[in-house]
Design a protein around this ligand. Structure first.
Ligand code: FES
Length: 307
């Protein structure tokens, strides 16, 4: 439907009342583009309305939804919250510069493979945001549990390790079960659990991309429960001091579980038993659930192969 406005017979607006404009040069997806812009134009409007790069979407238009996320000099920003004139000379990447049909960025391919679209409106922003997050993670940016966020190097404290382990376990949960073990019937809680699961899966997609398979350690079979792990003795250093066992579990191989442990003598020849140091209740519970699920699945597989 076309809106029906009365014809305006007035002459063009007085130039003195026109907003000030400025010629802005922007480097977008490797190409230099210029536009004559009202100085108050947001980067989002410049991209969409003036340069016709409509892949970047406008959702809330005030910095809350992230649909408009683009990369500026490798950092993710909400393009609705910044003015185009502030970005002369910056390297801007929009979804149009990330990948194209036939040559998708691995993140785009992963979104397709894992059905990460929902309605698709904000997918461009999610992908740009995930790209920015990969860069942050590679640069060693702190996590939710980091005490000194200004530190040059993030120390692997107990809290840091616990936080990472809980994330890995939650990701494994959502990848393997694909539903929350939640008794609460409230539709809101159910919905939040569903979103949480989906976010965990998306996080896993991102973390899988962080580490190429070629740099991961070789695969080994180990036996594991919430108190310790039985591993081949050739994998265990000869020193008797405290150890940190890093387990890259296949389902989300990039982020390992990091389990402080010590060597307990007495295992069969060729094996070493590592007893975990206290892991905290939440991590122990998560580990127990993981082991139980794994066991249950193996039993089901074995039964199926007999039928
Ligand atoms: S449009 Fe929602 S954050 Fe920019």
């Amino acid at each position: 439907m076309t809106p029906d406005f009365p014809q305006n017979s007035a002459s063009p607006p007085n130039a003195a009342l026109s907003p000030p404009t400025v010629r802005v040069r922007l480097r977008i997806n490797g190409n230099e583009q210029t536009a004559e812009l009202d100085t108050r134009t947001t980067l989002l409007d410049a991209l969409r309305e003036h340069l016709h790069l409509t892949g970047t979407k406008k959702g809330c238009d005030h910095g809350q939804c992230g649909a408009c996320t683009v990369l500026v000099n490798g950092r993710r920003i909400n393009s609705c919250l910044t003015l185009a004139v502030m970005h002369e000379g910056d390297e801007i990447v929009t979804i149009e510069g990330v990948g194209v049909p036939g040559a998708l960025h691995p993140l785009q391919a992963a979104f397709i493979e894992h059905d990460g679209f929902q309605c698709g409106y904000c997918t461009a922003g999610q992908i740009c945001s995930a790209m920015g997050m990969l860069t942050e993670a590679k640069a060693g940016w702190p996590s939710h549990a980091t005490a000194d966020v200004a530190a040059q190097r993030i120390a692997l404290t107990e809290a840091e390790i616990r936080e990472r382990n809980l994330h890995v376990l939650a990701t494994l949960d959502s990848l393997e079960e694909r539903r929350g073990d939640i008794d609460e019937e409230s539709p809101l809680v159910q919905e939040l659990a569903r979103i949480d699961n989906k976010l965990n899966v998306l996080m896993d997609i991102v973390t899988r991309l962080l580490v190429p398979e070629s740099v991961l350690p070789a695969r080994h079979r180990i036996r594991l429960n919430a108190t310790g792990a039985l591993v081949s003795s050739e994998l265990v250093p000869s020193s008797t001091g405290p150890l940190l066992l890093r387990l890259h579990i296949d389902a989300c191989r990039a982020l390992p579980l990091e389990l402080p442990a010590r060597h307990q003598p007495g295992a069969d020849q060729g094996s070493a038993f590592l007893v975990f140091e206290p892991l905290g209740e939440a991590v122990s519970d998560g580990l127990e659930r993981f082991v139980f699920r794994h066991h249950r699945r193996k039993v089901a597989e074995a039964r199926q192969s007999l039928t």
